[in-house]
Design a protein around this ligand. Sequence first.
Ligand code: NAP
Ligand code: F7E
Length: 334
Amino acid sequence: MKKALISGISGQDGSYLAELLISKGYEVHGIVRRASVSNTRRIDHLLHPGEMRGEFLQLHFGDVTDSSRLAALIDQIEPNEVYNLAAQSHVQISFHEPVHTSEVVALGALKMLEAVRNAGAGHTRFYQATTSEVYGNVNISPQDEKTPFHPDNPYACGKVFAFHQVRLYREAYGLHASNGILFNHESPRRGHNFVTRKITRGLARIVAGRQDKLLLGNLDARRDWGHAKDYVEAMWMMLQQASGGDYVIATGKSHSVRDFLDTSFGLLGLDWSDHVDIDPKLLRPIDVNEFIGDFSKARQAFGWEPKISLQDLAREMVMTDLLHEDVDPAQFDL
Ligand code: NAP
Ligand code: F7E
């Protein structure tokens, strides 16, 4: 049985990836941070009630800033595949917490790589959660693996550092290490303070009468939004290739925040302009105007393609958020 170790398993992607790997017969191990209240909500269905383990999943307390713990875990588990998904992943928060963000995103990735290398784990393959944010406002569109990096926030700067460490460990030490340059991907498990989830959750709460207005920032920003479920498949596919590499994972289509408002409010027959106000505090010191990815390399190398459309993604998110707010989605023509 293959063994995988996932950092960031309690996050959006970690939870979908754990499900995928379990469905493929892996023994899955995850690193979770100790928190004063449970942070395992997204993976509780994979655990025995009240325990840190399930039939195919075992959780270990740890933090990617703690080298000695990472080394001990790699030695103990001897994973075939390591997926480094841990991050302070919120771009705007990275402007407020640049040092912490860099410690987790940049040095955390390096510490994971070192733990794998020092274990002499020649059999261990490494996946790094790189991001379209590395491109920033590069003014070349669409972006692919050859597009120069121009990171425009502290989070993106940390991810550029980690990208190059992964490339270096591949070239210098022959590690099977890959960078998945993933464009935005969303789901009903997306954190509440990312724009798509903020919109679908806000919409559901407005319908339920629990919220009056939805406060947003830059509505003109354009993003290439896919579904997290599709994107974790690409992570796994990268590690099944004969050698490591760098791959863009995207849909090749971009939409504005305004378009996403149209789609999600439109599903319930509502006009978002009656409910949305702009809050200048939500504007970033620099925002990237548009991301759009060219995923031809991944399609050619291992046949990856996105399957879920933005319309279906928005519908799933709106339906789930309505249910969370005890609103019956059946009353709408979804
Ligand atoms: P997410 O929901 O914010 O999850 C982040 C995960 O990292 C959580 O499990 C969090 O734990 C964990 N974490 C944070 N700091 C940690 C630390 N010091 N030590 C150990 N774990 C730590 O992010 P996501 O959307 O699933 O994204 C997964 C990865 O892909 C991230 O690296 C992100 O930067 C990258 N990425 C995301 C996207 C996207 O659109 N979603 C696109 C490109 C790249 P807690 O639950 O305890 O907070
Ligand atoms: O913002 C605008 C905001 O925070 C998208 C992370 O997963 O994807 C994500 O980063 C756009 C930006 O995602 C609000 O200014 C408007 O232009 O949902 P977001 P992000 O910054 O693109 C990349 C690929 C990652 O790697 C990151 O980890 O929406 N926007 N109004 C808003 N954004 C937020 N969060 N909140 C608003 O109220």
